[in-house]
Design a binder for this molecule. Structure first.
Ligand code: GLV
Ligand code: GLV
Length: 330
C-alpha cells in the first residue's frame, strides 16, 4: 500500500512535520500567503489529510475534490472557514486546536483592552511625530480599566481567561452566553445578563463567540447604540461578529469611545479602510494566538490529529464525531 499524502497549507512553526513524514508523503505550501483556491482544490484531490489555516476556505469544491480525504486538521480554535456540515456528509473529520491558545489569546484581548482604554498606540504615534508638546492636564485622557465593568460576550475558555485577568483589575464582570456558567458565577463573581443589559452597563465589552450564522453581525448599529459613549469594544474573536461599517460610524461620531480589534470582516483589512483613519481604534493583524510557544503547540496538536485520523482513530479534538461513524459504516 502506498503511503498516505498530507498537504499542509503553510510552513509550521517549530516544524513538527518530521512526525508526519514517518508515515506519509508530506507537501507543504511554500508561500507566505495562502494557496489560491484552485491550488487547494488540486492538492485536495491527491490528499488523505489537509492541515489547514483559518485563511483557507474548505468548501464544497475542496471537499468534492478530496475523494480520499479523511481529515481536515485546522490549526486554529475557530473553524468558520470549514464547511463542517459538508465535511460530515462526506465522512471527513474536522479538528481544531482548542485549549492550547486560550491564555495567549486572552493576553492579547486584554492588551487591546488596555491599549484602547489608555490610548497607548495613539500616544506612541503622537510622541514619534512631535505631538508631545508638554505635559497637559487634559492631554490624552482615556478610560480607567481598574474597577470598571467588563461585559464578556461568550464565556467559553477564552472568555473565562479574560474574566480571570479582569479580576486582577478589580473589574465587575457581566457575561452573556447561550447557557449559564454557575461555576464562573461562583468563582469569578460573574453575573449573567441579557446581551442588551450587558451592552448598556459595561465600560468594556469583549467578544469571545465563534463566528456562526447566529453570531454574524451580533454587534450592529442597534447594539452599538446601547453602549455607553465612554465604552470600549474589544474583538479578538472574528471580524464578522461585528458590523464593521456600523462600528466605524459609531467610533467616528464618538458614540462609543474606542475599539481594540484583532480581527476584521475582510482580512487583511485594506489599508484604505475608513476604520484605519480613526485615532480611537487600535488594530492588530489577527495575532491572538501568536506567541512562539503557543503557535508551536497548535502546530503539534494539528499534527497529532492528522496522525490519529490516519491510524483510523477518532482524533481528540474532532468537532464532527458523526463523520467518524459515517466513515466506519462506509
Ligand atoms: C484564531 O483566530 C483561532 O481561531 O485560532
Ligand atoms: C504624572 O506623571 C504625575 O506625576 O501626575
Amino acid at each position: 500500500m502506498s503511503k498516505p499524502s498530507i498537504f499542509v497549507t503553510r510552513a509550521l512553526p517549530g516544524d513538527p512535520t518530521p512526525r508526519l513524514r514517518e508515515v506519509a508523503d508530506v507537501e507543504i505550501w511554500p508561500g507566505d500567503e495562502p494557496p489560491p483556491h484552485g491550488e487547494l482544490v488540486r492538492r485536495a484531490a491527491d490528499a488523505d489529510a489537509l492541515l489547514t489555516m483559518l485563511t483557507d476556505p474548505i468548501d464544497d469544491a475542496v471537499l468534492d475534490a478530496g475523494k480520499r480525504l479523511r481529515i481536515v486538521a485546522q490549526m486554529a480554535v475557530g473553524y468558520d472557514n470549514v464547511d463542517v456540515a459538508a465535511a460530515t456528509e462526506r465522512g471527513i473529520l474536522v479538528t481544531n486546536t482548542p485549549g492550547v491558545l486560550t491564555e495567549t489569546t486572552a493576553d492579547l484581548a486584554f492588551a487591546l483592552l488596555l491599549a484602547a482604554a489608555r490610548r497607548i498606540v495613539e500616544g506612541d504615534r503622537l510622541t514619534r511625530t512631535g505631538g508631545w508638546k508638554s505635559w497637559h492636564p487634559s492631554f490624552l485622557l482615556g478610560q480607567d480599566v481598574h474597577g470598571a465593568t467588563l461585559g464578556i460576550v461568550g464565556l467559553g475558555q477564552i472568555g473565562l481567561a479574560v474574566a480571570r485577568r479582569a479580576r486582577g483589575f478589580d473589574m465587575r464582570i457581566l457575561y452573556h452566553d447561550r447557557t449559564r456558567h454557575p461555576q464562573a458565577e461562583a468563582e469569578l463573581g460573574a453575573e449573567y445578563v441579557s446581551l442588551d443589559r450587558l451592552l448598556g452597563e459595561s465600560d468594556f465589552v469583549s467578544l469571545h463567540v465563534p463566528l456562526a450564522s447566529q453570531t454574524r453581525h451580533l454587534i450592529g448599529q442597534r447594539e452599538l447604540s446601547l453602549m455607553k459613549p465612554s465604552a470600549v469594544l474589544v474583538n479578538a474573536a472574528r471580524g464578522a461578529v461585528v458590523d464593521q461599517q456600523a462600528l466605524c460610524a459609531a467610533l467616528k461620531e464618538r458614540r462609543i469611545a474606542a475599539a481594540g480589534l484583532d480581527v476584521a470582516e475582510i482580512e487583511p483589512i485594506p489599508v484604505d479602510d475608513p476604520l484605519l483613519t480613526l485615532d480611537n481604534v487600535v488594530v492588530t493583524p489577527h495575532i491572538g494566538s501568536a506567541s512562539v510557544a503557543t503557535r508551536a503547540r497548535m502546530a503539534e496538536m494539528a499534527v497529532e490529529s492528522v496522525l490519529q485520523a490516519l491510524r483510523g482513530e477518532l482524533p481528540s479534538n474532532c468537532v464532527n464525531a458523526e463523520a467518524f461513524s459515517r466513515r466506519k459504516q462506509a
